[in-house]
Design a protein around this ligand. Sequence first.
Ligand code: HEC
Ligand code: HEC
Ligand code: HEC
Ligand code: HEC
Ligand code: HEC
Length: 173
Amino acid sequence: MPSPVLAALAVLGCLVAGAGCKSATAQPAPAPAAAGAARTSIPFDHSLHAGRNAIPCLACHTSADKSPVAGIPSVRRCIGCHRFVASDKAPIKALAQLYKDGQAPSWPRVYDLPDHVYFSHRMHIRAGLDCSKCHGNVAAMSKVTRVSPMKMGWCMTCHKQRGASTECITCHK
Ligand code: HEC
Ligand code: HEC
Ligand code: HEC
Ligand code: HEC
Ligand code: HEC
């Protein structure tokens, strides 16, 4: 039997097994080191950064064209600008304090595919797709909201249109 078929079957087994499959590979839950001490949230506004000040997406999401994940900027990167910009403002003072304490703000995830799906930014960005194709006009959003539920049919529609792979193992490893 050719190996892609075996791999596809393994995937389907995984999907049928559902949560069991996920827990087979999942790491043990991290020790609740920060339990009780909720991490500070700093308001972050894309319309100020990517909009009004036209900071390019890749200046902050630096791994989007190199790796599966786009990446959330480190607090160090924020401070790189905010040592000089708006440093007298309350949220920036809070940010500087976090940096001093060796901590980072926490932001809730907006987009999060199930663990049985493989997605990588790299190939999509290299294929010339703009961020807005999938995430909408983030530069106009003060708070990032989901513009697509990112269901399988949505991925498939574009893959068919663009002649990208629709084989199960492309997205279910
Ligand atoms: C490339 C430079 C740059 C980087 C990197 C950057 N910012 Fe900013 N930030 C700005 C500019 C410019 C403004 C807008 C100042 C204005 O127009 O009033 C701003 C505004 C802000 C404000 C509003 C301040 C106020 O007036 O109350 C917050 C909060 C903020 N940034 C947080 C962050 C955080 C958190 C990060 C890191 C994830 C970050 N910024 C990274 C340049 C940057
Ligand atoms: C100055 C840094 C900065 C710039 C520029 C920036 N982002 Fe972000 N982005 C962040 C930070 C910090 C977060 C996490 C906080 C949040 O969700 O708003 C984030 C979150 C996101 C998310 C949600 C991630 C999730 O949780 O699923 C998307 C999508 C996103 N950015 C897309 C973009 C796009 C597209 C652009 C360009 C139009 C852009 N960003 C420009 C810093 C930046
Ligand atoms: C083909 C669709 C597509 C394009 C184009 C795309 N994204 Fe994403 N993005 C996704 C999907 C799907 C997820 C959720 C991935 C997951 O949960 O594994 C995501 C998640 C993210 C996240 C949060 C998780 C992470 O990877 O760090 C950020 C930030 C993000 N995208 C930013 C961007 C930026 C910036 C661009 C443009 C440079 C971009 N995306 C282009 C589909 C896309
Ligand atoms: C707007 C169009 C578009 C959407 C939406 C889209 N893709 Fe793609 N995808 C492409 C294109 C184009 C390629 C082919 C890139 C190439 O081969 O040059 C690709 C390639 C891929 C690859 C192979 C890349 C690699 O690293 O081997 C995977 C995996 C993938 N897409 C997963 C997904 C998933 C999962 C979704 C939905 C969450 C999705 N894609 C949504 C256009 C899209
Ligand atoms: C281009 C990417 C892509 C390809 C190709 C793909 N899938 Fe998916 N699939 C997804 C995404 C994204 C999800 C999660 C979102 C959802 O449930 O729609 C998913 C979810 C699923 C689920 C779970 C549905 C549920 O309700 O939880 C099954 C089963 C599945 N895929 C089977 C397949 C099979 C069989 C194939 C080959 C014919 C295939 N997929 C090809 C992206 C893809």
